[in-house]
Design a protein. Structure first.
Length: 100
C-alpha cells in the first residue's frame, strides 16, 4: 500500500500541534500573507506555507538518513546510533528520576 501525500490542511494541523508542544503559537502572527509593517513578522499564511514546504521537502529525507559506522553493520550500526536519534526538544534535559 502506498501512502498518499498529506493535504495542506493535514500538514497545518501537524505543524500547529508540534509548534504548540514547544510553546509556539502561530496565532500571534498577523493574519494573511502580508508581513507586519512594524515588526516585519511574516503573515500567518506565509509562515504556514513555508513550514509546509519544509516538511514536504526536508523531513522525509532527513528521517530516512542512516549514519555509517566503520566496523559495524546492520543491526549493530543502528543500535550504536539509537542513543543519538532522539535529542530533547528543550535544552538542557533533566532526568528527574536520577536526582534523588
Amino acid at each position: 500500500m502506498t501512502l498518499s501525500q498529506p493535504t495542506d490542511a493535514e500538514l497545518d494541523v501537524m505543524i500547529r500541534a508540534r509548534l504548540a508542544s514547544l510553546g509556539i503559537d502561530l496565532d500571534q502572527l498577523p493574519p494573511g500573507t502580508q508581513p507586519d509593517p512594524e515588526t516585519g513578522s511574516p503573515g500567518r499564511d506565509t509562515a504556514l506555507a513555508g513550514l509546509r514546504s519544509f516538511v514536504r521537502t526536508t523531513v522525509v529525507p532527513l528521517a530516512a538518513y542512516q549514519f555509517a559506522v566503520p566496523g559495524l553493520d546492520g543491526d549493530e550500526d543502528r543500535a550504536a546510533l539509537a542513543q543519538q536519534l532522539s535529542p530533547p526538544s528543550l535544552y538542557p534535559s533533566i532526568d528527574i528520576k536520577r536526582q534523588s
